[in-house]
Design a protein around this ligand. Structure first.
Ligand code: NAD
Length: 492
């Protein structure tokens, strides 16, 4: 295996150095230390991976499902055995805390576990005697070579929203991690290799936008699973669909949390601030707008400020740290300028996290928690995904007003309500236009056996990641109507 700093690709069961001349340097966001280099693999390398996957598909699709899941069982064991090492790699390249990275890897493993149920999950349906002597049934078959394109914020989990199901249903795959956080997948692929998937069944191609476009245009690749920002999700959806592929493309978010006056003060404050500032706000299910209703303004505003102000910021591997850096200096500067924009639009800075009085963190891309109060519902800030540790605090007079604000947004990834009123909760989940709903939950991340349901500008496609949706996405149905010899059929 190549040992220099440049990350290799894994194609047809071989670790290979990319021929790319363009690279992106990968830095530890907490220290700015150079960790590795991502090669921007060329269209020729994408082609090599797609061809290898296509050849491997012919055997893999004929491998019975109970056999196909054996390497997945092995993979689960390997991921458990290397759990901490994988989590530490995530901390290193992404900056999040070790606890957050462990949570991420736990969800990745859950998806491997659920996909091990494929022999049952991909069963067909059978109707005997749809007419005299005639039976009809539907079976599911894999679509072929599929590609998975991932963002930077969950380098260990997001490829596993897709990969276990794609492989278990009999497809072969090409994975392209984020160029900003490619090291976790490199280690995961060493484990995939050890788990015993035949050469060509899983392939890793590192790269950037041009690599993605080569994947979207490749005639052999039949399906695309994408997660990233909304503009890129839109692009991926349109380009891949124009090339006749099936696509699921998850985009960005701006998630609102509504707090009613009857919400439990201590629990709600803790959960809301965890949602806003967990993963330094770089989570597609991060709360971004917190809307108090009526009297809740008076009790929750000081409590939220206190909880945000006392959050411990530092290196993700350090004991007791609750929030790491954002991904890059560019991202930190972008977030700072959005805070500035918010104040220009009339919001007031209840807590300003742009200035860090910690010399030991000076090299990293750190911000402290920020709260912008009285964000106007029609302002640009209210509609912009910040992807950083910034709470937009809004105060509604009534529940009706809060619901209208929630539904006025362009995104629909998640919305949450905090209350002890069952009727309000029922109304919220019925009326709110979002795919993932939390009731007294701040990060409503679906377990692996539920679909990850984004709506509106947070998702382009029909079938979501994880669970039975994945099985449908990665299989095509075949319907057979069957009549046998006259004497075997009941001809009356
Ligand atoms: P991104 O859109 O910049 O990158 C995602 C992927 O697209 C990467 O692999 C990248 O190489 C590729 N890419 C980037 N620009 C491209 C272009 N112009 N053409 C083709 N490919 C391109 O996203 P990111 O910054 O890595 O991740 C953060 C975003 O992802 C946020 O918007 C976040 O909300 C979103 N996200 C969404 C979910 C979800 O489930 N909806 C989950 C995680 C992250």
């Amino acid at each position: 295996m190549p040992t220099n700093n440049r990350l290799p690709n894994y194609i047809n069961g071989q670790w290979q150095n990319s021929v790319a001349t363009e690279i992106r340097e990968v830095f530890d966001p907490a220290t700015a230390e150079l960790l590795s280099e991502t090669p921007f693999s060329t269209a020729t390398e994408v082609d090599a991976a797609a061809q290898a996957a296509s050849v491997a598909f012919e055997r893999w699709r004929r491998t019975p499902a109970p056999e196909r899941i054996q390497p997945l069982f092995k993979l689960k064991e390997l991921m458990e055995a290397h759990f901490d090492e994988l989590a530490r790699t995530i901390v290193l390249e992404n900056g999040k805390t070790l606890g957050e990275a462990r949570g991420e890897m736990r969800r990745a493993i859950e998806n491997v576990e659920v996909a091990c149920g494929i022999p049952t999950m991909m069963q067909g349906v059978f109707s005997e005697d749809i007419a005299r002597g005639i039976d009809e049934f539907m079976i599911r078959q894999p679509v072929g070579v599929v590609a998975i394109i991932a963002p930077f914020n969950f380098p260990g989990m997001i490829p596993f929203w897709f990969l276990p199901y794609a492989l278990a249903t009999g497809n072969t795959a090409v994975v392209k991690p984020s160029e900003r956080t490619p090291m976790t997948m490199r280690r995961a692929f060493e484990l995939l290799e050890e788990a015993g998937f035949p050469p060509g069944v899983v392939n890793l191609v590192n790269g950037g936008p041009d690599t993605v476009n080569a994947i979207l245009d490749h005639p052999t690749i039949r399906a695309i699973s994408f997660v990233g920002s909304t503009p890129v999700a839109r692009h991926v959806y349109a380009r891949a669909a124009a090339n006749g592929k099936r696509v699921q493309a998850q985009g960005g978010a701006k998630n609102p949390l509504v707090v009613l006056p009857d919400a439990d003060l201590e629990m709600t404050t803790r959960i809301v601030t965890d949602s806003v500032y967990g993963n330094a706000g770089q989570r597609c299910l991060a709360a971004s707008l917190v809307i108090t209703v009526g009297e809740a303004k008076n009790t929750f505003t000081p409590a939220l400020k206190e909880a945000a102000a006392t959050r411990v910021v530092g290196h993700g591997l350090q004991e007791g740290v609750q929030m790491g850096p954002v991904i890059s200096p560019q991202s930190r500067d972008r977030i700072s300028s959005l805070i500035e924009m918010g104040t220009k639009e009339g919001a007031s800075l209840l807590l300003d996290g742009r200035f860090l009085d910690a010399p030991e963190l000076a090299n990293g891309s750190f911000l402290k928690p920020t709260i912008l109060e009285n964000v106007h519902p029609n302002s640009e800030l209210a509609g912009t995904e910040i992807f950083g540790p910034v709470m937009g605090l809004m105060h509604a007079e009534t529940f009706d007003e809060a619901l209208a604000w929630v539904n006025s947004g362009r995104y629909g990834n998640m919305a949450c309500l905090f209350t002890s009123d069952g009727a309000a909760a029922r109304r919220f989940r019925h009326e709110v236009q979002a795919g993932n709903i939390g009731i007294n939950i701040g990060v409503a991340a679906p377990m692996a056996f539920f679909p990850f349901s984004g709506w509106k500008d947070s998702f382009f496609g029909t079938l979501h990641a994880q669970s039975g949706h994945s099985v449908e996405f990665y299989t095509q149905t075949k319907v057979v109507v069957e009549r046998w010899l006259k004497e075997w059929s009941r001809q009356f």
